[in-house]
Ligand binder design. Sequence first.
Ligand code: HMG
Ligand code: MG
Length: 309
Amino acid sequence: MALPQSVRIYEVGPRDGLQNEAVAVSTADKLNYIRLLVNAGLMEIEATSFVSPKAIPQLADADALIPLLPDRGRIRDPVLVPNERGKERAVAAGADALAVFTAASDAFTRHNIGMTIDESLAAFKPVLRRASELGWWKRAYVSTAFGCPFTGAVPVSKVVEVSLSLIDLGVDEVCLGDTIGVGVPTRVHELTEACVAWGVTLDKLAYHFHDTRGTALANVVAGLEDGISCFDSSTGGTGGCPYAPGAAGNLATEDLVYLLDGMGIAHGVDLELVLGAARIISVALGRPLTTKVGQAGGWDPVDGARTGV
Ligand code: HMG
Ligand code: MG
């Protein structure tokens, strides 16, 4: 089995990580967190969302945050955009990469963005056309690819159908989301195989795992076995969609980095610096760091010492 030699870690902490928190994190604290993520070597950092501030008050400062982001141009910092209004705000703020988001179940898209899947695809069409004209990098999420909090099991065929529609609309990458963390490795293999069989190339496919039931790292290994080379994670293990009952934190970046380091797969991120960023965001949120590697630290195979603690 040939695993990828290197992978992209797509950091979602500042967006997914903070969108569901009871504590309001200030713009200054968000910027500090993002600076630490950049210093740790993360090259793709989903910065914020241009959604309704009534829906997600935690990210209502998106317009102010974007112009202040560090190392613009070198770092890819996509923003979540649900509609034309969000795209206009993103353009005005100076964004240059976006992620649209729909799902493989109508019940979830209705709760999340007030649209059916078909309506969301129609809404994304002009958004993605304009983003292409502007030369932006474009991602699309397919949430509930592993199961829906409202209607349960989701057919693999529906995930493939929505993914193909998004690729037809011109996205650079489709990211399959385990929104509520119900996925297992066999399902990852099924999804990858079906997507590839229908023409989605591996370089256009990414996975986004929530670790609600502790299966996220096992799912990453399954993705690696399939030849997937982009995985989402959140430094500090924060995250969850407020419109997905039962969603818990994202796979923690520190846990993902530890796994990839041990497997000898390159990714460009420094574990100790990620742990520093994880501790800082935990302080800003006023709670202890509960991720596995956040608590145990890394491990030095030369002398057996714990690292980064
Ligand atoms: P709506 O109420 O159905 O739509 O919301 P609307 O067009 O009637 O707009 C209602 C109000 O929002 C209006 O203002 C609009 O102007 C305003 P009002 O007249 O009431 O004062 N509005 C906006 N304001 C700012 N920016 C905008 C915008 N659009 C409308 N872009 C809408 C529809 C999509 C706006 C709303 O449902 C929404 O914002 N939803 C966002 C939900 C969200 O962010 N969820 C979390 C992200 S998805 C996720 O976490 C999953 C993921 O991580 C992958 C995974 O885990 O699977 C990506
Ligand atoms: Mg998510």
